[in-house]
Write a protein that binds this ligand. Structure first.
Ligand code: FAD
Ligand code: DLZ
Length: 510
């Protein structure tokens, strides 16, 4: 009797996966394998590896419970070849499989690996995403600029989310202008639910401690959901406790508050424990029931059916060399402080510190703190891309690379963002309370006591003056630079140069 082998990857933990659809469980073996190749293509955060391995092991249990035959290869299996290709090849022989099936992976590298298999597997579309590759191509074809906002409207119409007939609910597509409140310490901050590790997770934690104990980040306490049931409970908690304020404080940062009103759902959605469209429907229901305001619900839905789908479209459209783009010719090596968190800048210390502890920082910390610092100091975008890919528990290349290379570093030359997300200390001061406890003064522009972002910002504008002068969204800032007195320009550039020299010598500003 011919057998089909279905390979399920560590970020494909969904029972309705395309590769399983229509198959007879009696003639199918499902293969999940922990392999060193995937666990080490970048130096992943310890919590990220533990999360993925534990979620994979729990998913294997879930599939067995649903009647599938599952072959699960653990990392410490002595026969483990260490690669996906090696494990599929071994499994074909072991199960005398005549066919191999897989849902398309989330990375060019893995796609190339799978295409090198003999027999070449049936590679099926990943329809957990709303927008197929062909639909994205159709939308992008012939457009001068690929702006997310227009793509998002297409997805709103397609799903009917927050639509009243053909019109957007509330008469507007986007309520972002309402979402800029500064958070204050006396706000009630909901905390994400914490899940005690069960026996399966404890085994994984031991394995990770033993094999990856010198990787970046702290492994324990480990409290992430790793089962579908726990993920669904975490989603429900977010909808009731945090979603109502999600919009208001989306761009805020506050000392000691790692999560604010963010959902922490990205790893759960990205590995397949939660369905993105179902999450959006839950959020919409909260608005229709009067339990959450429209600006919050629209903001949340836009992140998922807008940004999340859009960056995936960009990743696959632009091809495997996208991660090597470097439109601003930035070549500075990644300073050690990204790994140690040792810096006098309170904003950077907070973002990197919580990254070490939790494998998590929220969007504005990624974009406007660690990303902004890298942009202003001219860090090699590929090195930075590898850092983001390693350190966050939700990091998979299809989503991380466009956010880093495109949105954060402008390294694709403006394909994704119409202007660089560059900011001086004033932005951090406006959106957070970090500056109050910082050793640097945000009010000072130059000198060793001044917030380094102030001089670095103008140094960045000066370095790219000619390039930015032609960008309508940057022209005003270039004119401000041009009008500055030469002595002021020189003082700013010297201050930046002194900071960069110290950074290059020591890997930190301390
Ligand atoms: P929330 O703020 O609660 O947002 C809700 C959901 O919207 C998220 O769970 C996520 O699924 C989606 N979302 C929000 N923003 C984006 C976005 N820009 N792109 C795609 N989806 C989005 N996101 C990842 O999932 N993986 C990554 O590796 C990743 N790397 C990033 C690197 C950089 C430099 C930047 C600037 C952003 C990156 N993001 C990445 C996007 C975003 O920062 C995270 O999705 C978000 O911080 C996850 O936390 P959350 O679940 O609490 O999000
Ligand atoms: C990220 C990751 C890790 C750490 N380990 C595994 C693994 O051992 N086995 C596996 O199938 N997948 C793993 N993954 C997820 C893959 O790297 C992911 O499927 C690809 O990057 C494509 O998105």
């Amino acid at each position: 009797m011919s057998r089909t082998l279905v390979l399920i990857l560590g970020d494909q933990l969904s029972p309705a996966l395309s590769s399983l659809r229509g198959l007879d469980p009696a003639r199918t073996t499902v293969l999940l394998c922990e392999v060193m190749g995937e666990a080490s293509y970048v130096g992943h955060h310890q919590k990220k590896i533990a999360f993925i391995f534990s979620a994979m092991r729990h998913f294997a249990q879930e599939l067995r419970g649903a009647g599938w035959t599952v072959d699960y290869v653990t990392l410490d299996d002595p026969a483990n070849t260490g690669t996906l290709v090696g494990e599929v090849t071994r499994a074909i022989t072991r199960h005398q499989a005549s066919k191999v099936r897989v849902t398309e992976p989330g990375e060019w590298r893995v796609l190339a690996d799978l295409q090198s298999l003999t027999p070449v597997p049936d590679i099926l579309p990943d329809d957990r995403f709303l927008c197929s590759h062909a639909e994205f191509q159709d939308w992008a074809e012939g457009r001068k600029a690929l702006r997310m906002e227009y793509f998002y409207r297409l997805m709103r119409r397609k799903t009917g989310l927050l639509m009243d007939g053909d019109e957007p609910a509330g008469g507007q597509w986007n309520f972002d202008h309402d979402n800029r409140k500064r958070a204050a310490p006396d706000l009630f901050m909901p905390q994400p639910p914490r899940h005690a590790p069960d026996a399966i997770t404890r085994d994984v934690l031991d394995l990770v401690a033993q094999r990856f104990g010198s990787n970046f980040g702290t492994l324990e306490p480990f409290w992430l959901p790793v089962t579908r049931a726990d993920a669904e409970r975490a989603a429900q908690t977010f909808i009731t406790a945090a979603l109502p304020h999600f919009g208001d404080y989306q761009d805020a940062m506050l000392t000691g508050q790692k999560f604010l009103y963010h959902s922490l759902l990205s790893p759960l959605i990205n590995v397949g424990l939660l369905d993105p469209l179902a999450m959006c429907r839950m959020a919409e229901a909260a608005w229709r029931d009067g339990a959450a305001p429209l600006n919050a619900v629209e903001g949340f839905i836009r992140q998922i059916i807008g940004w999340r789908e859009y960056v995936r479209g960009i990743y696959w459209r632009e091809g495997p060399d996208y991660v090597r783009r470097n439109a601003l010719d930035a070549v500075r090596p990644l300073p050690a402080l990204y790994w140690t968190g040792r810096t006098g800048m309170a904003c950077m210390a907070a973002a990197i510190g919580q990254t070490i502890e939790e494998a998590y920082a929220h969007h504005i910390q990624r974009l406007m703190v660690t990303g902004n610092f890298a942009l202003l100091t001219g860090i090699d975008p590929h090195a930075l891309h590898e850092w983001y890919l390693a350190v966050y528990f939700d990091a998979f290349e299809w989503v991380e690379a466009p956010n880093t290379i495109g949105m954060s570093q402008f390294a694709d030359g403006g394909l994704l963002a119409s202007k660089p997300y560059a900011a001086s200390g004033a932005y951090i001061d406006r959106m957070s309370d970090y500056c109050g406890s910082c050793r640097y003064s945000v009010k000072l522009k130059v000198g060793d006591k001044a917030c380094p972002l102030n001089a670095l910002y103008w140094d960045f504008i000066a370095r790219h003056r000619d390039r930015f002068a032609g960008n309508p969204r940057m022209a005003q800032i270039v004119r401000t630079w041009d009008r500055m007195a030469e002595t002021q320009q020189a003082a700013l550039r010297q201050s930046a140069a002194r900071f960069l020299e110290r950074l290059d010598e020591t890997g930190t500003d301390l």
